[in-house]
Ligand binder design. Structure first.
Ligand SMILES: [Ca+2]
Ligand SMILES: [Ca+2]
Ligand SMILES: [Ca+2]
Ligand SMILES: [Ca+2]
Length: 295
């Protein structure tokens, strides 16, 4: 095709006339090009950052819980009268760890979580048709009585905790005693201990749902240096809570309505079975969810 050549033709080639510009014109031209490149790179970078933030937000909401800060002192009285309980979101207790999913009015539950510098707080609303405490001894087979079980890994280290305080599994009984395992006795059997001073708890029956019960809890957070045998300063291992802190956390309910062993065990967190076993939370903090303290 014979294109028009405005310059000098060299065979098939067309050499366009050389345009000369002043230094000022050259600087304006370069600055314009650089400004456009900067705009394009800024837009690309912004899109990449937005994409990353959005991916992280989705990942966080899928794997973890969020506790909102309470400016107001929370009274542990079984009443959700505090402002924070109105603004916090519900989470479900719907993951079955014993492969025996109950009817809704036999057991079902949901909860909210909040915090201040001194405590982690729980507001739990459940259905349980029969409240059952078969063993008067608080340290004997407490997991086969009705109990609210709070799992806490203060530094989110993960790892085993069955016989130490790398993490805690507080079984809060109907009489409000909070039991966990603290090492082994000389004969090798688990040393069950009451850590009642870590927990304030009040529950009461309610008609807001079938067989309703609401439970309000304040929990001291202790790190892995806690030793139940030390009596001098029981608060030495206590951790003041701060915004942005992330803990390992799960919540569950042991439901028994009159059987020898507990009938249902539903929790906040899906646990991948190991040899068919999903009841792993009392042994390892690796299966806990995360809990972000947000202000
Ligand atoms: Ca209250
Ligand atoms: Ca029940
Ligand atoms: Ca830990
Ligand atoms: Ca029960």
């Amino acid at each position: 095709m014979n294109k028009t050549c405005s310059g000098k033709r060299l065979g098939k080639l067309c050499r366009r006339p050389i345009v000369t510009v002043s230094k000022t014109q050259f600087d304006v031209l370069i600055n314009t090009v650089l400004a456009r490149l900067k705009l394009v790179s800024t837009v690309c970078l912004s899109m990449t950052v937005l994409s990353l933030v959005s991916t992280q937000a989705i990942a966080k909401s899928a794997e973890g819980f969020v506790a909102l800060y309470s400016e107001q002192t929370i009274q542990i009285d079984g009443n959700a009268s505090e402002v924070i309980w109105q603004s916090s979101q519900w989470y479900q207790l719907n993951h079955d760890m014993l492969a025996n999913y109950p009817a809704t009015d036999d057991f079902s539950g949901r909860f909210k979580v909040a915090w201040d510098e001194n405590y982690l707080y729980l507001w739990v609303e459940m259905s349980d048709d029969v409240l059952f405490d078969q063993h008067a001894n608080p340290l004997f087979k407490y997991w086969d009585d009705d109990a609210l079980e709070v799992f806490i890994d203060e530094d989110r280290s993960g790892g085993t905790h069955q016989y130490d305080h790398n993490a805690f599994a507080y079984h809060i009984a109907l009489d409000h005693q909070a039991i966990d395992i603290a090492g082994k006795k000389d004969d090798g059997t688990p040393n069950f201990v009451a850590l009642n001073e870590h927990v304030k708890s009040v529950w009461r029956r309610t008609d807001v749902r079938a067989n309703g019960i609401v439970w309000e809890v304040a929990l001291e957070i202790h790190n892995d240096s806690f030793d139940h045998r030390v009596t001098a300063n029981r608060q030495a291992s206590r951790v003041a809570l701060t915004a942005g802190k992330v803990l390992g956390f799960m919540l569950a309910y042991c439901d028994n309505d009159g059987s020898k062993q507990r009938e249902h065990f539903l929790g906040s967190t899906y646990i991948t079975p190991v040899n068919g076993d999903q009841n792993l939370g009392y042994k390892t903090a690796d299966v806990f969810s995360t809990l972000l303290l947000k202000k």
